[in-house]
Design a protein around this ligand. Structure first.
Ligand SMILES: [Zn+2]
Length: 330
């Protein structure tokens, strides 16, 4: 009888221990599951946090009234950005109160070509760039401010508004590298708009990884003979500026990044704005939109989380996103 009691007692003890172990394991499992979910949630939150973006516009020899809305839609339709505007007074009006606060933003998009900003805004912009802010230089923004040295360093290359050899060299693709040409002459020109081939020049960068090396861009201006400090970091695409189309006969750098302080600068010369939101082929080109989205994300964060879209143009045809949205079936 005694023996059975001990046995029973031992069994009971064992049972209790197993239950304790089970309980302990359950609690641990619950805790680690909770931790895993918390981590996942935190990651999702940070991935979903949109990039705060400011578009500066209000004066341009281009249709800024449409382009700034289009850029906003391209960015916001991706779900990655939220966009505010800084709209300057009209050309020739008093600019004194155009004081732009860049500090809340990770990304500034330049869609401005006009009168000088107040000194305070210029200084704030330089500080934003030097401290590592993300910047996108879009199309005719590189025409602006020919005498503002820091602005021209930020753009890398610019054109028109009296630019010449004093503004810096010409830069174009020659014999497998970006060639700088210091010969005198005007900076900035383009022939009539046409479709043209984009030729890839970089092999490894988050902005272009996975994209085709050659793709056809929709009807657009092809900026050529641009001049500037030309401190180009990564040259992504050039295009041949055909003399038969009043071009330079050179492979012109059109999409690239610029070295400047700690900032990340993405420069696209594409995207001449059409007459309306609906009739705007250069900006409706999928290639333009995808490059803008990838360049903008990289400029703001140093990364590109977007996958390579199925509707990207190829070396034989242009594709369009007429409504500035990635198609659902992509
Ligand atoms: Zn233009």
């Amino acid at each position: 009888m005694q023996k059975y009691n001990i046995q029973f007692y031992l069994l009971h003890l064992l049972d209790m221990n197993i239950n304790l172990i089970k309980y302990y394991m359950k609690t641990m499992l619950k805790k680690s599951l909770f931790l895993a979910f918390a981590l996942l949630f935190a990651c999702t939150l940070s991935a979903k946090k949109p990039i705060k973006t400011l578009i500066i516009t209000g004066q341009n020899n281009h249709n800024w009234q449409v382009s700034h809305l289009v850029i906003k839609d391209i960015l916001e339709n991706s779900g990655l950005f939220t966009v505010d505007f800084a709209i300057s007074p009209e050309k020739g009006k008093d600019m004194t109160n155009f004081l732009v606060d860049f500090s809340p933003y990770s990304l500034v998009i330049l869609d401005y070509n006009g009168d000088a900003w107040p000194a305070e805004t210029m200084q704030r912009f330089e500080k934003f760039a030097q401290k590592g802010g993300g910047i996108v230089v879009y199309h005719a923004a590189n025409n602006s401010f020919p005498k503002w040295a820091e602005y021209n360093k930020i753009c890398g290359l610019g054109g028109w508004e009296g630019r010449n050899e004093k503004s810096g060299p010409y830069a174009y693709w020659l014999k497998g590298e970006l060639h700088k040409d210091y010969s005198p002459g005007r900076g900035g020109s383009h022939g009539p708009q046409h479709e043209y081939m984009m030729n890839g020049r970089a092999t490894n960068h988050p902005i272009i990884n996975g994209l085709p090396n050659r793709w056809v861009h929709a009807k657009d201006e092809l900026y050529d003979r641009m001049r500037g400090p030309a401190d180009i970091a990564d040259l992504f695409y050039t295009a041949y500026s055909d003399t038969a189309k009043a071009g330079s006969g050179r492979e012109e750098p059109l999409i690239f990044t610029v070295k400047y302080g700690k900032s990340r600068i993405f420069h696209t010369m594409l995207g001449h704005c059409g007459p309306s939101y609906e009739n705007n082929p250069a900006m409706q080109c999928t290639g333009f939109q995808v490059m803008l989205l990838r360049g903008a994300e990289w400029a703001a964060t140093g990364k590109v989380t977007q996958k390579v879209p199925k509707d990207f143009p190829s070396s034989t045809y242009v594709t369009y996103r007429y409504d500035y949205k990635e198609p659902a079936e992509n």
